[in-house]
Design a protein around this ligand. Structure first.
Ligand code: ADP
Ligand code: MG
Length: 231
C-alpha cells in the first residue's frame, strides 16, 4: 500500500486504462452528454491518437484522464493507480508524479520563465527526470528560449514550451491536446519524433490531434463521435 506522499514503484501495468467513462454537463434545462461510456487503454511503449469532430468529447476525455475533471461515471487508472473519484489533493499528487498534461489552453505559469516553469513541474515530482533542463529544451527546439516569459513566446513556441513542462516529470503517460497544432512541418516532425522516443522508452503517449502526420506515427487511432468510441 502506498502511504501519503509516496507511490508504489513502476509496475508492468498499462500506462493508462479507462473504463465506462461518463461525463454530463448541465446548464439549466440543457444537458450535454459529453462522454457516454468510453473505454480505452494505453500500453507502455504505445502511442495512441484520438481523433474526432469538434464537440465529440476529446478535450473532456483528456481532462478526465488527467484527473483535472471528475467523470460522472467510470474509472481511470494511471500506471495501476486509480486517479478518478479521489480527493483533489490525491489526484494532484498522482498527476504530478505520473502524468504529463498539455492542454490547449496551455500549462505555463505566466510570471515564470520557461526554465522556471520546468523546474516548478519537477519540484512536485520526486521521481522527476534527471535530464538536464537545457537538454529538454533542446529536444523541443527551444534551447535559446529558456529565459523567455510565456507572453514573449509565439504560438508554436508556447506549445513546445508546454510540452517541455508536460515532460518535466518524466511521466508514465503523456496526455496532449493538439500538441502540433501550431507548428510548421519541420518542427512538427521534430516533436512527433520526441513523442515516439517517449513511447520507445516505455512510456505511454496519448495525443488528441487533427494532424495526419501525428496520426501516422500512432500505433493506434481511436475515433470519438458524440462521446462514444463507435465499434
Ligand atoms: P472536443 O474537444 O472534441 O471539441 P469537448 O470535450 O470540448 O469536445 O466538448 C464535448 C461536448 O461537451 C460539447 O458539446 C461541448 O459543448 C460540451 N462541453 C464541454 N465542456 C463543457 C462545459 N464546461 N459545460 C458545458 N458543456 C461543455
Ligand atoms: Mg477540444
Amino acid at each position: 500500500m502506498a502511504t501519503a506522499g509516496t507511490l508504489p514503484p513502476r509496475t508492468d501495468t498499462d500506462a493508462l486504462t479507462a473504463r465506462d467513462l461518463y461525463r454530463f454537463y448541465r446548464a439549466g434545462e440543457e444537458e450535454t452528454l459529453a462522454l457516454r461510456g468510453v473505454a480505452l487503454q494505453v500500453r507502455r511503449g504505445e502511442t495512441v491518437a484520438v481523433i474526432g469532430p469538434s464537440g465529440s468529447g476529446k478535450s473532456t476525455l483528456l481532462a478526465c484522464l488527467a484527473g483535472l475533471d471528475e467523470p460522472d461515471g467510470g474509472v481511470v487508472h494511471v500506471a495501476g493507480e486509480r486517479i478518478s473519484h479521489r480527493p483533489e489533493a490525491e489526484r494532484a499528487r498522482v498527476r504530478a508524479h505520473r502524468i504529463g498534461v498539455l492542454l490547449q489552453s496551455g500549462n505555463l505559469i505566466a510570471h515564470l520563465d520557461v526554465h522556471a516553469n520546468i523546474r516548478l513541474a519537477r519540484t512536485a515530482a520526486p521521481r522527476a527526470s534527471k535530464q538536464p533542463i537545457a537538454e529538454l529544451l533542446d529536444q523541443v527546439g527551444l534551447g535559446h528560449r529558456g529565459r523567455a516569459l510565456p507572453q514573449q513566446l509565439a504560438g508554436g513556441e508556447l506549445a513546445r514550451a508546454g510540452l517541455a513542462v508536460a515532460l518535466a516529470n518524466d511521466p508514465d503517460i503523456l496526455l496532449a491536446d493538439e500538441p502540433t497544432g501550431e507548428l510548421d512541418g519541420v518542427t512538427e516532425q521534430r516533436i512527433l519524433s520526441l513523442l515516439r522516443s517517449r513511447a520507445e522508452a516505455g512510456r505511454g503517449v496519448l495525443v488528441v490531434t487533427h494532424s495526419p502526420e501525428a496520426v501516422k506515427i500512432a500505433d493506434r487511432v481511436i475515433t470519438l463521435r458524440d462521446g462514444r468510441i463507435p465499434s
